[in-house]
Design a protein around this ligand. Structure first.
Ligand SMILES: *Cc1c(COP(=O)(O)O)cnc(C)c1O
Length: 358
């Protein structure tokens, strides 16, 4: 049985959270002398002299509307990195007592954040189809496993993880299943955020950094049952989302139609780019993608990477990553950028052909 209290670290259970000036007075007033702010204003065209809403309610209400999830089921962080770190800090005793299960190849922050928090990592590699190894997971998970991270669509492979496998895990694991849906907007698969009432052990991560085009603002979202959201709120720094970020994100969220149009364009471009890449002799395999990037297995990842950077084009070399031998990860760009990439790759062939014949 899932029991949040028994999963929490003792120090977090006992923790008396910081109570800010904004927490202690919530009524109407005109003279605010409670937070040691600069009452005169800010040396800017716009004033930022007041501390922001620690709970970001207006932003959460608007997101709730867009996502179809109650605002009390939303946590906002300084990027997705913040909820990832908070999960370790709240649930995993450091120094070898508790463990987290990761499924490489996947997003690197789960591992880095575990190391920062001194949490033991158990790795269960994805299968050659980049799907969950259910038997391996069964063997790796024990009574000290607090978290399992699943990235779907997965970075860097681009595929979605089979829904039935994730459901099996949600139904049979009494720790927390974190599903990272950073790329869900580009996916054919359905999000898990409508399943929060079904699974008390579910945390879904999303972000404004990818489809929403706001990577520079740093807004990550965690969706979960209210009890888990309360844990996040207890542990987070009081003012973790700045006033400027809250205002800009609110403004951005008025443009859902624009973002949806971009998503359709990216998906069209992704399929064109995949088809173009498949034509190239130095490309061995183009993996199917449910994201805004494509994993491509090549004959010479390092050489192609180098060649492209000399032409001012940067892709991600993933050839040293488990199960990704020879692979580059390529983000879908604008139509012009994708043509530029394909043209550069075509002349890479000419180069190798001439060098072979010479
Ligand atoms: C890009 C990405 C994120 C987003 O991180 P932010 O900190 O919100 O920018 C999260 N998870 C995965 C798998 C990603 O690739």
């Amino acid at each position: 049985m899932f029991n949040l209290e028994s999963l929490l670290r003792e120090n977090i259970k006992r923790l008396v959270p910081y109570s800010s000036a904004r927490d202690e007075f919530k009524g109407q007033a005109s003279v605010f002398l409670d937070a040691n702010e600069n009452a005169f204003g800010s040396p800017l065209p716009v004033n930022y002299n007041r501390y922001p809403d620690p709970m970001q309610w207006p932003l959460k209400y608007k997101l709730a509307d867009i996502k179809g999830v109650p605002p009390q089921n939303i946590f906002l962080g300084n990027g997705s990195d913040e909820p990832i770190d908070l999960l370790y800090r709240a649930f995993c005793n450091p120094g070898g007592r508790d463990n987290v299960v990761l499924c490489p190849p996947t997003y690197g922050m789960y591992e880095v954040s575990a190391h920062i928090n001194d949490v033991t990592i158990r790795k269960v590699s994805l299968t050659s189809e980049f799907q969950l190894d259910i038997e391996g997971l069964q063997q790796a998970i024990d009574e000290n496993t607090k978290l399992v991270f699943i990235c779907s669509p997965n970075n860097p492979t681009g595929n979605s993880i089979n829904r039935s496998d994730i459901e099996l895990l949600l139904n049979n694991f009494d720790g927390i299943v974190v599903i990272d849906e950073a790329y869900i907007n580009f996916s054919r698969q359905k999000s898990f955020i409508q399943e929060l009432t079904e699974y008390p052990n579910l945390v879904v991560l999303q972000t404004l950094s990818k489809a929403w085009g706001l990577a520079g603002l740093r807004v990550g979202m965690a969706f979960a049952g209210e009890d888990i959201i309360n844990v996040f709120n207890k542990v987070k720094p009081p003012y973790n989302i700045s006033q400027a970020t809250q205002e800009l994100a609110l403004q951005a969220l008025d443009n859902v139609a624009r973002v949806n149009e971009w998503i359709r364009e990216v998906v069209v471009e992704r399929d064109l780019l995949s088809a173009g890449l498949e034509q190239l002799p130095q490309v061995l395999k183009v993996y199917p993608s449910d994201a805004n990037f494509i994993l491509v297995q090549t004959t010479d990842a390092k050489g192609i990477y180098q060649y492209l950077t000399e032409r001012g084009i940067v892709v991600r070399d993933r050839s040293k990553v488990e199960l990704c031998m020879g692979c580059l990860r390529i983000t879908v760009g604008t139509p012009a950028e994708n043509v530029q990439l394909l043209d550069a790759l075509k002349s890479f062939n000419l180069k190798t052909e001439t060098s072979v014949s010479a």
